[in-house]
Ligand binder design. Structure first.
Ligand code: LMR
Length: 396
């Protein structure tokens, strides 16, 4: 039966973890996967999470099935983070949110639903994009194409190219946009550029799928949602996948959400009924623990404030690591200017290292980065940053 089964390649991001775990060298550093580590090199358990978790365990709650669409308080909280607590669209019943298995799960539910709705449409992702975007949309049945995004020469945005690509897309094309902290480049359009992007999306009748997996890691929870609010304010019907993996440091709990803004309340009701079918036929309904914890934090003013403070702490530490990395690469003798790292936002830096340099980083120095040259700045700490800076300078 399985004679003809081919060996699939390793996942470009999570496959690196397997390789890293098998590496026996002391002092190895994993800058591959997008995970935030504290200055001791540990994945933090946030105090807000711990408090919510303790209360939950003490309550010894039963573990019945959740509704197919998930915990109502979780969905309401996730939606408010995107659109604000007093969104007129939400008040009009035009917005629906379902709990999802991480941001990836949200993308998959949305992609499966859209594929059925728009069988002739293509999906467009940025060049480059998160490695899993292409695979995920192709797996859902879409033909996936790139739109211009990153300009290697300026290490910035190819805005004209991006706009021209959007203008050339057929109506009802699905266009995946990173709402903040672009993965992998860390290069985001300016607010003014976003206005122009949104105008073209609306004028061309495109279907935006905003992916927001790093809310809070750019400028702040509210600031990072501005793009979602811009599109919503222009009355653009759209899908939004959001993730709490990073912002709550709850990677393994698979806490994400899919939000849809529909044209009217009746549409929203019908869309929700279809999303529930997608969920039911994939994994029936979401798990309880992570969702309950996140919901408790989102719905308690005290825990929310604590969480926001902890999130700001993570954001500030990443900024510090960016500044130190630039300095230390220079001090290690590199002639190439790395100050562009300071302008990039979120957890990642698109380092400009090529695949051969990334291989050398891993093989000669035990420093793991994604083949595209993406490094996770959030995994740097005072104990490993000297080693990393010297290794980068050595392979340049
Ligand atoms: C990443 O880009 O490293 C994260 O989003 C984790 C993942 O699932 O790839």
């Amino acid at each position: 039966l399985f004679d003809s089964v081919e060996l699939a390649p390793r996942d470009p991001i999570l496959g690196l973890n397997e390789q890293y775990n098998a590496d026996t060298r002391p002092g190895k550093v994993n800058l591959g996967v997008g995970v935030y580590y504290d200055d001791n090199g540990r994945i933090p358990l946030l105090a807000a999470v711990r408090k919510a978790e303790t209360a939950r365990i003490e309550a010894a709650a039963a573990r019945g099935y959740l509704p197919i669409e998930g915990i109502p308080g979780y969905n309401k909280g996730a939606q408010a983070l995107l659109l604000g607590a007093d969104s007129p669209l939400a008040a009009a019943g035009r917005v629906l949110t379902v709990q999802a298995l991480g941001g990836t799960g949200a993308l998959k539910i949305g992609a499966d639903f859209l594929r059925q709705l728009l069988p002739g449409a293509k999906a467009y992702i940025s060049d480059p994009s998160w490695e899993n975007h292409r695979a995920l949309f192709e797996r859902a049945g879409f033909t996936v194409e790139n739109y211009a995004y990153y300009d290697a020469a300026t290490r910035g945005l190819n805005f004209d190219g991006m706009l021209a690509a959007l203008q050339a897309m057929p109506a009802q094309s699905v266009v995946v946009l990173h709402a903040c902290c672009h993965n992998p480049t860390g290069v985001d359009p300016t607010p003014e550029q976003w206005k122009q992007i949104a105008a073209v999306v609306k004028e061309r009748g495109l279907v935006p799928f905003l992916d927001i997996a790093y809310q809070g890691f750019g400028a702040g929870l509210q600031e990072d949602a501005e793009v979602v609010r811009l599109f919503a304010g222009m009355d653009i019907t759209m899908l939004v996948s959001s993730s709490f993996s990073k912002s709550f440091s709850l990677y393994g709990e698979r806490v994400g959400a899919l939000t849809v803004i529909a044209g009217n309340k009746d549409e929203a009701t019908r869309v929700l009924s279809q999303l529930k079918r997608v969920i039911r036929t994939n994994y029936s309904n979401p798990p309880t623990h992570g969702g309950t914890v996140v919901s408790s934090v989102l719905n308690s003013p005290e825990l929310f404030a604590l969480w926001e403070e902890e999130l700001a702490g993570m954001r500030d530490r990443i900024r510090l690591m960016r500044a130190q990395l630039v300095e230390k690469i220079k001090a290690a003798g590199a002639t190439q200017d790395f100050s562009f790292v300071l302008k990039q936002r979120g957890m990642f830096s698109y380092s400009g290292l090529n695949a051969a340099q990334v291989d050398r980083l891993r093989e000669e120095h035990g420093v793991y980065a994604v083949g595209s040259g993406r490094i996770c700045v959030a995994a740097l700490n005072s104990g490993n940053i000297d080693k990393v800076a010297k290794a980068i300078a050595a392979v340049l």
